[in-house]
Ligand binder design. Structure first.
Ligand code: SF4
Length: 438
């Protein structure tokens, strides 16, 4: 019998991109493609790029170059999708020549047609059978991302997502609940709810904000143990949402809320629609009303016009808010963004220095939070079993997959997806050690 065509995916960037990759994989699986882990063994390689800031773009270009080089072996074609296709196609063509097709967002549903055009006709019946619905997951089986909307209505000066992905479009609530049920039936214990802005869900479809209502419906699905909300917008963290985080059984006391800066003048230039006072109130409300809440945020340093005083104000806010998790980026121009036209560009050396100072400040805070947790008993979800003398890896309720801290446990019996109680016995940098009680 003829072999089916094979495809390998390299998904870069954020979980939103990963969910897009899952959609692309599902479409190709539904047409009979086999998905392989190792790109060099595949007929076709798809690179789903991330265009967020210069460092991500450079990683994407390097990855494309590596994929194109595989055409010297058995790979027959390289497709490039993702955020770079819109605004950085020229850069890719110049720096990583040899891509066979670029796949913009509007063509995602036709990726199977594009792939089939590129490859020699496969005599296997898989190309002629009816398309069957396939739902691929690129996460380990015990957690999954649930993308609740596409696009964004904000106009942040440093971002081109609204231009390339369009305005916010919510997915129907019933469809999301059905998807979550399917995931729970497959063994998913943790649902990570994502969107460009997850806190305005439903306003387009239903005329009112349905984020909390959706979270309550997900909360009632049997089998789902943890529900984690990522990518909240500060001005949308209102009473109803805070109450939901405080009272729902399985919606975790965790919020990823990118704040981007804390100086009023920088936030104004960024067009974020809030100032430091609003951020301080939001953090205080969350701390006061949601017991044990853990906060994650991101900040950009070196945005055009950021002065020493602006940066000191950011540091001051970081000391005040003491968020558990903080990611920082050095600003870089995004082609087509409003910020790219702003004056007052900050020299790279100053961005580096500010980045280092911010991360050092946060390190002390993160380490202090970790020290404070030593001796406590925590629920953890196991992500990986112990292997070759290395401990099992788990996460607390206050830690999101991929980006937050890990808990290491020396125990060979633990398996991914186990939800257990552990005693935190020590801290190593950003991570923790634990043992099973008893
Ligand atoms: S909220 Fe701002 S940064 Fe986030 S996707 Fe929308 S425009 Fe971009």
């Amino acid at each position: 019998m003829a072999q089916k065509h094979t495809v390998s995916f390299i998904s870069l960037g954020c979980p939103k991109n990963l969910v897009d990759s899952e959609g692309l994989v599902s479409t190709l699986l539904s047409r009979g493609f086999r998905v392989l882990d190792d790109p060099k063994d595949a007929d076709l390689v798809v690179v789903n790029t991330c265009g967020f800031l210069a460092a991500s773009r450079s990683e994407s270009v390097d990855t494309i170059k590596e994929a194109v080089a595989l055409k010297d072996g058995g790979v027959q074609g390289v497709l490039v999708a993702g955020c770079m296709v819109g605004n950085y196609k020229d850069q890719i063509e110049k720096e990583a020549p040899g891509v066979d097709r670029f796949v913009p967002f509007v063509d995602y549903s036709n990726i199977d047609g594009i792939a089939e055009e590129l490859l020699p006709k496969d005599p296997s019946p898989s190309f002629t059978v009816e398309r069957r619905r396939v739902d691929a997951a690129l996460t380990p089986g015990h957690y999954a991302y649930l993308k609740i909307s596409e696009g964004c209505n904000h106009t942040c000066a440093f971002c081109v997502i609204p231009d390339i992905r369009g305005p916010m479009r919510s997915l129907p609530e019933d469809d999301l609940v059905a998807r979550a049920r399917t995931l729970a039936e497959r063994g998913v214990k943790e649902l990570v709810v994502i969107a460009q802005d997850s806190t305005v869900y439903g306003t387009d479809l239903y005329g009112s904000n349905r984020t909390s209502r959706l979270l309550h419906r997900l909360d009632s699905i049997e089998g789902v143990e943890w529900i984690r909300l990522m990518y909240a917008y500060p001005t949308e963290v209102r009473d109803e949402l805070i109450e939901t985080l405080a009272t729902s059984e399985r919606v975790l006391p965790y919020l990823d809320v990118p704040m981007q800066h804390a100086s009023d003048s920088v936030l104004k230039r960024m067009r974020r629609g809030y100032g430091r006072a609003r951020l301080s109130r939001m953090v205080q409300d969350l701390r006061d009303r949601v017991p044990d809440i853990a906060l994650r945020t991101t900040f950009i340093v070196g945005f055009p016009g950021e002065t020493d005083a602006d940066f000191e104000e950011l540091l001051d806010f970081v000391r005040e808010a003491r968020v558990e998790r903080l990611g920082a980026f050095r600003y870089s121009d995004e082609a087509g963004s409003r910020a790219a036209d702003l004056d007052g560009q900050v020299p790279e050396s100053v961005k580096d220095e500010r980045y280092d100072r911010l991360m050092m400040e946060q390190q002390q805070i993160a380490f202090a939070h970790n020290e404070a947790s030593i001796g406590t008993t925590e629920s953890v979800l196991v992500d990986a079993a112990a292997v070759d003398g290395h401990p099992a890896v788990a996460r607390r309720r206050r830690d999101a997959p991929e980006v937050d801290a890990s808990v290491f446990i020396q125990n060979d019996a633990l398996r991914p997806g186990d939800l257990i109680q552990v005693e935190i016995t020590g801290a190593s940098g950003y991570d923790l050690r634990a043992t099973l009680p008893g």
